[in-house]
Every structure is written in structure tokens, then in C-alpha cells.
Write a protein that binds this ligand. Structure first.
Ligand code: ZN
Length: 94
């Protein structure tokens, strides 16, 4: 069964993995960007742009993991119990 202690440990593990993924993507992006700028290689620069997009994805994952952990696990929702509350689009236009 999932005890609160196990759940907290699992949440911390998920956040740590997501954070490490984000840091690795940031390091790769910076290295490729520096290499591309120093060598003037368009290929490496475009790969740096690709890695930058991967960094955006890893950041979204990290954010999502944090949001999903805000809430108490129940029988029907053992993992993600919180939801992002979005405000409806404004009717005004300018
Ligand atoms: Zn990629």
C-alpha cells in the first residue's frame, strides 16, 4: 500500500529526477551554444537550438511534477491529485 511516507519519498524522487533532467538539458544547451559560437558551425548552433527546446520541455516536466504533487493522494487518484486552475479567456478584445 502507499503510505504517506512512501508517497512523500516518491514525490521527492520525482522532483529530483525532473530537476536533474532540466540541469542536464541546460548544460547541453550551453555547451553546444558555446561550441557553435566558437567554431561558427551552423550545424552545432542549430543543435543548440534543438537542445534549448528540449530544455523548455524538461522545464515543463519539472513544473508539472511540482504541481501534480500539491494535493493529497486518494484511492481514486493515487498519483496526481492537483490540477492547474486556469482562468477563462477574457471576453474583452482590443
Ligand atoms: Zn530533442
Amino acid at each position: 500500500m502507499t503510505s504517506p511516507a512512501n508517497s512523500a519519498r516518491f514525490s521527492a524522487q520525482k522532483r529530483r529526477v525532473a530537476l536533474h533532467s532540466m540541469l542536464a538539458a541546460a548544460a547541453l544547451t550551453l555547451l553546444k551554444l558555446a561550441t557553435g559560437l566558437l567554431s561558427g558551425s551552423l550545424g552545432v548552433l542549430s543543435d543548440a537550438a534543438h537542445s534549448g527546446l528540449d530544455l523548455v520541455g524538461a522545464s515543463l516536466t519539472f513544473f508539472s511534477v511540482r504541481v501534480s504533487d500539491q494535493g493529497r493522494p486518494t484511492k481514486t487518484t493515487p498519483m496526481a491529485t492537483a490540477r492547474l486552475k486556469t482562468s477563462p479567456p477574457s471576453a474583452k478584445s482590443s
